[in-house]
Write a protein that binds this ligand. Structure first.
Ligand SMILES: Nc1ncnc2c1ncn2[C@@H]1O[C@H](COP(=O)(O)OP(=O)(O)OP(=O)(O)O)[C@@H](O)[C@H]1O
Ligand SMILES: [Mg+2]
Length: 309
């Protein structure tokens, strides 16, 4: 028998430990992204309503309609991990992988004067789908938010537009918890189903304290090219305007369905950089949306938040 019950001095576990309540940290602190002055997200609870198309064209509209008295610096971040669209929409599909900065940060790829980042640049080419569990997705979102070098030289981005994935899931929650978002543009089409999902998107951003700039009605009517009459394929926009009223939100604009918009997206030439006459109606709406978003951003109080990244 040992003279000493614990000769190696290893701490012995209490056979009857008192139960402890797992300790949780407080909610994560929201911060700003280094070298990014303001953030606008483009979102909707529903897929396929034109979020990515609107995000790309809004980034361009913001860079073309500036109240700053100089050319603004605008970025576009694709947070759609499972279905990134920014590389194609911005004509950067074959641009290769982003380089790394001296500080090991991803350097954005540029086209049409916009700095962009997307998980699409980092995945192997081909049709292999991303099959990740929640934690991997969150990690990817954090890296895309905080490990990108948005500044060029000493110059910060004036505004970063974020293209959100559809739905009200992990990515939306992570974003709302991690960074200070200055405003959200919620995209919807006129159908009832799309509107219900847009309402969910509004409710979710309210929950995570992201202020909503307004609603954007996409594919409001079809312009066919052979007559001047607008074709209301998905019904009248009245329902949408009423829904916005009920939600006490502004309608920022009504974007018609025009083939030059989808053709431009497929070709990596968003309608805002085209000059074809058929896209002019959409450009006019997007320019006005850009002005409203600038107005909102310039009126935002500049609270003091930490900076991360
Ligand atoms: N105003 C428009 N006129 C014509 N085509 C449009 C318009 N808006 C979007 N589209 C087309 O509709 C399709 C869906 O658009 P987009 O990919 O932008 O939607 P999304 O909401 O981002 O989809 P997802 O939920 O899959 O991310 C695309 O082919 C796009 O070119
Ligand atoms: Mg999209």
């Amino acid at each position: 028998m040992l003279a000493h019950g614990n000769p190696l001095g290893i701490p012995v576990r209490d056979p009857n430990p008192a139960p402890t309540i797992p300790r949780r940290g407080g909610p994560p602190q929201r911060s700003r992204i280094r070298s990014v002055k303001q953030i606008v997200v483009v979102a909707s609870g529903k897929g396929g309503v034109g979020k990515s198309t609107v995000a790309a064209n809004l980034a361009l509209a913001l860079s073309q309609t500036s109240p700053l008295g100089r050319a603004p610096r605008v970025g576009l971040l694709d947070l759609d991990i499972f279905g990134p669209s920014v590389p194609k929409l911005m004509g950067l599909e074959s641009a290769g992988e982003p380089a790394l900065s001296d500080h090991n940060k991803l350097l954005p790829l540029q086209n049409h004067g916009i700095s962009t980042m997307s998980i699409g640049y980092l995945l192997p080419p081909g049709d292999t789908p991303v099959a990740w569990r929640g934690l991997m997705v969150q990690k990817a979102v954090q890296q895309l938010l905080f490990d990108v070098e948005w500044s060029s030289g000493e110059q910060e981005l004036d505004v970063l537009v974020i293209d959100m994935p559809p739905g009200t899931g992990d990515v939306q929650l992570s974003l709302g918890q991690l960074v200070v978002v200055d405003g959200a543009v919620i995209v919807s089409t006129p159908q009832d189903v799309a509107l219900i999902d847009a309402r969910k998107g509004v409710a979710m951003f309210n929950k995570v304290n992201v202020p909503i700039i307004g609603l954007l009605l996409n594919m409001s009517h079809f312009i066919c090219g052979s007559c001047d009459a607008p074709h209301q394929l998905f019904g009248s926009p009245d329902k949408f305007v009423r829904a916005a009223d009920e939600l006490k939100l502004d309608v920022l604009g009504e974007v018609p369905l025009v083939t030059t918009v989808s053709d431009g997206g497929d070709a990596g030439r968003p309608v805002m950089v085209q000059s074809e006459r058929t896209g002019e109606a959409v450009r006019a709406v997007m320019r006005s949306v850009g002005e409203k978003v600038w107005k909102w951003l310039l009126a935002r109080p500049q609270e003091n938040h930490g900076v991360r990244g």
